[in-house]
Design a protein around this ligand. Sequence first.
Ligand code: ATP
Ligand code: MN
Length: 538
Amino acid sequence: MTYPFALAKNQRGSPLDGTGVCPDRAVHANLTAPALVAHALRRDEGTLSADGALIVRTGVHTGRSPQDKFVVDEPATTADVWWGKVNQKLAPEKFEVLKGRVQAYLQGQELFTQDLYAGADPARRVRVRIVTTGAWQALFARNMFIRPREEELAGFEPDYVILHAPRFQADPARDGVRSPTAIALSFSQKLIVITGTEYAGEIKKSIFTVMNWLLPPQGVLPMHCSANVGPDGEVALFFGLSGTGKTTLSSDPARPLIGDDEHGWGPDGVFNFEGGCYAKVINLSAEAEPEIWAASHRFGTVLENVVADAYGRLDLGDGRFTENTRSCYPIDVIPNAVPAGRGGQPRNVVMLTADAFGVLPPIARLTPAQAMYHFLSGYTARVAGTEKGLSAEPQATFSTCFGSPFLPRRPEVYGHMLAELIARHGADCWLVNTGWSGGSYGVGSRMSIRHTRALLRAALDGTLAKGSFRREPFFGLSIPEAVPDVPAEVLDPRQSWGDKAAYDATARDLLARFEANFATFAEHVDEEVKAVALKAAA
Ligand code: ATP
Ligand code: MN
């Protein structure tokens, strides 16, 4: 295989083979976690917690920078890219300038490289080589992606390369980007350039974008979801935007974890893209989330923007740097993770939303058409988020396919594939509100994790489907009449509000937002899905 990098031919067999970087200084290839932690400490990149986790700060960027993400506009791919706000065009000439400047910059730095896989299915996996100036970011990538076996490293040739220069400042005038921060993807060159942001989530999500690009033509649906498996091998998927509970709810002692955040669904079932988890840890409780707690108190884990005292004791309630504090650890430290990262055909598809308006029911059964409506809508409402510029007030967000920032192709591509898969495998679909109940944010309170887990247990083990349902008037959702271990008044959102008139007004307002948002999809969906919107409004 050849690589379109000017310097690649001089670099055969070196860790920088295929990256276009001619190193002047030390290159640390494929170091394991202890060595990366040692380098990170030597270089003053972070400190150790009392349990040995590596605590780092990411500086000004404590979340993703979606406005600084670009896709290079190339002849071979331009017709298939969903151009717009999510995928902003970068001219190829500009990308060449940015790439050249970053390659020259990296040449003068001490470098860390890691060769890793994305995709647990060997037939679909992508070989990724990351070149970074940060020992901790190399450790992040190592924790997050799938670590090849030692014998697989010998002949490793990357499919995709990430040039990661978090301290390099891009220049809008020269590089054609918006700010010093840039996440630029070239699908033709199979190259990702990241500058001006230390937040490691960019590394993870740029590879997710690549998977979202590569898999649909192979008949595999890439999904922003977590996945776990029940006692009889039945798989559940949990879709949802950031902070809705994918990581929290898929970590379950009774259901082995397939993966935390990104999966493919194809003819052979589902497979994890990753080899690690990236959990939000603000206010993490040892009681409610024991697996994530333990994973965050161990050597080798990376803690982003977590606060600790002089003795390294964590204060997970302290959001002084950001509410988006994160813990990144290999998935195998979750006690019941599925080692292969693969499962069969899903029996249940759960769509999570954290509705800060407190309107949507804690759980509802969805028809296939309703599932498509909610998948294309991609609703949540958050109070504080992982992206910059969010205020403390609740804010409705519609992010199609529960992951629009990561979709390089048009939403209908993914929507049609999901509709087809749900129909073919007869999966049951559920909408679960992990957000507010008893009132909007400020009046009501967040749904208890215990209740949400009980609702999911009943849905996934088949109990709910056997019971009776009642139609909720605003969205036309089917709400169960009774669920074991959950008080009846929790099930009906209107009942949980003290002020019924306020509920009705808030529900009408939310429905209007759904309708306005869905207008852009109306021409791309079939009549049944269109009817969901109309029925809801009737
Ligand atoms: P991301 O895509 O950013 O990784 P995510 O969907 O994985 O987001 P989680 O990391 O699971 O989101 O975050 C859910 C957060 O909400 C956690 O901090 C969790 O403690 C909190 N939470 C509070 N109540 C609930 C609930 N009822 N169900 C799920 N999570 C809840
Ligand atoms: Mn998550």
